[in-house]
Design a protein around this ligand. Structure first.
Ligand code: ATP
Ligand code: MN
Length: 477
């Protein structure tokens, strides 16, 4: 121990009150000196006493700071406006007011950063979500986005927790890929070629041999194909990372950059896959109910009075499982007027999925055995020659939240399908090696992280559950 080491630590503790987060302050017994730091939500009061509501992002709740106006410099108090950042030190005392157990009787205040009320865009009054999207760089300071972002964090943590507890290996799949055959969506090209002076081959085509990777590359639309390689070695893996789709669909459920969780498991058939998907979502929803109670209560009160009861009900009910063909029959016989017509072979639209979930069954639905022509090449082919072992999980308010399948494990059948689709095997040889050497039955699925968050937070627009949304014509911040 260097000389003075111990002593110094002691002096620090005696002299300095260490900052306590608001979340912890609200649970602390009164009668101690405390230090809080955060952003002013509101200041109100009269010429004798001011009440500052301070928030530091650790909780939806604020700590109240009581200021004896006579004891402070008037110039300093003037700087304490909505949005300003301050540190306040004082005695933690029982609160007289309703709504909080304790408050800080301020003895010292320091203003770190002012927020001019003439120009600070977030004033006391509630702002519309549309307006907040235009100032996405500041919206984390609002109650709503504080709640959403804390829930987003809790869900990310719970996802790792879930898979870690089950012995799945977190596999990092590449974001830049040369395989453009996944077929999940339009891809964003990645290139270092000079777009004003493109190198050409003798035939006049763009010469990708000159490009950074020596071939044409894009941002990934899914980590699945690489995930399958992992599952064929490690048994059970999952990915959790960003994916990119240049789909020009301006809907409340699509982003150009979104996060996906993709577990992939050796020795799982489609039923095991469904069991895992259902158990996984129920775990995540229970986790949110248990660990995000304050934030969920806020969202429930402010936006969606049925949010918490909907979450509780999903945890308790069995998901319905039926085939695509049975689903189509229900839709055809429903007598409902859909915008997009229903017939066997059609790719279901969100309105169809929601009809099944919300109107017909009143609970989540897992549809299986889709027509092969609307699903990807890698799905396991059924005996009927028409359908594949796909499984989509459909949720209230959202429609598809998970897309997955048992994978085709036979090299012969997979090759036949690739040829049938005219895809060309060359760029897929590495993937086909999983079937060539030690192939095994296996399954997996993709859960859209933001779609899960739509469900858990009750937000209606996917732009409001990610800090910095990327959508067509929008890459702000
Ligand atoms: P959709 O038909 O809704 O566009 P998809 O069939 O293209 O979905 P998959 O390719 O199966 O979806 O992707 C797996 C999951 O990823 C989906 O179930 C969904 O939760 C999510 N997802 C897909 N596309 C997007 C997107 N553009 N933005 C956000 N999440 C998405
Ligand atoms: Mn899509």
């Amino acid at each position: 121990m260097p000389e003075g080491g111990l002593g110094r630590t002691k002096i620090n503790i005696m002299e300095k009150v260490i900052r306590t987060k608001v979340k912890d302050l609200l649970k602390t017994q009164p009668g101690v000196q405390v230090l809080a730091k955060g952003w002013v939500r509101t200041k109100r009061g009269n010429k004798n006493v001011n009440f500052i509501a301070l928030n530091d992002g650790s909780t939806i709740n604020n700590i109240q700071i009581v200021v004896d106006v006579a004891a402070f410099d008037a110039e300093l108090l003037k700087k304490i406006t909505t949005g300003a950042c301050i540190a306040a030190r004082g005695q933690l005392v029982p609160s007289m007011g309703s709504g909080q157990a304790v408050e800080i009787q301020a003895s010292e205040i320091e203003v770190y950063g002012e927020a001019d009320p003439q120009v600070y865009p977030l004033q006391k009054k509630g702002h519309s979500l549309e307006y907040l999207r235009e100032i996405a760089h500041l919206r984390p300071r609002t109650n709503t986005f504080g709640a959403v972002l804390r829930i987003r964090h809790a869900m990310a943590f719970a996802i790792h927790n879930y898979f870690n507890n089950k012995g799945f290996v977190y596999l990092h799949t590449p974001l830049i890929t040369a395989s453009d055959c996944e077929g999940a969506g339009q891809m964003f090209q990645v290139t270092t070629l000079d777009l004003d002076k493109l190198p050409r081959t003798a035939e006049g085509a763009i010469d990708y041999a000159e490009d950074f990777f020596g071939k044409r590359t894009s941002l990934t639309v899914s980590g699945q194909l690489e995930g399958e390689l992992g599952a064929m070695a490690l048994g059970e893996i999952y990915t959790f990372g960003p994916t990119f789709r240049a789909e020009n669909s301006n809907t409340p459920r699509h982003l150009a950059e979104f996060w996906m969780i993709e577990p992939e498991m050796a020795f799982y058939d489609v039923h095991d896959n469904m069991d895992l998907a259902e158990d996984f979502i129920k775990y995540l929803v229970s986790y949110a109910l248990e660990h995000c109670a304050d934030d969920l209560k806020f969202l429930n009160d402010m936006y969606d009075k049925e949010l918490i009861s909907r979450l509780e009900s999903v945890v308790k009910t069995d998901f319905v499982r039926l085939t695509y063909t049975e689903g189509i029959k229900i839709l055809e016989e429903s007598g409902e007027k859909f915008e997009f017509p229903v017939y066997w072979g059609v790719d279901l639209q969100s309105e169809h999925e929601r009809y099944l979930v919300e109107k017909h069954f009143g609970r989540p639905v897992i549809l299986t055995d889709y027509p092969k022509d609307i699903k990807a090449f890698y799905m396991k082919q059924n005996e009927d020659g028409k359908t594949v072992r796909g499984m989509d999980v459909l949720f209230p308010k959202i429609g598809e939240i998970i897309g997955g399948s048992e994978r085709e494990s036979s090299l012969e059948k997979l090759n036949a399908r690739i040829d049938e689709l005219g895809m060309g095997r060359e760029s897929l040889e590495w993937y086909l090696d999983t079937r060539r050497f030690g192939s095994a039955p296996h399954s997996g699925f993709g859960l859209g992280f933001e779609r899960l968050l739509l469900f858990v937070t009750g937000m209606a627009n996917i732009r409001d559950v990610i800090p910095f949304p990327r959508t067509p014509k929008n890459a702000e911040y």
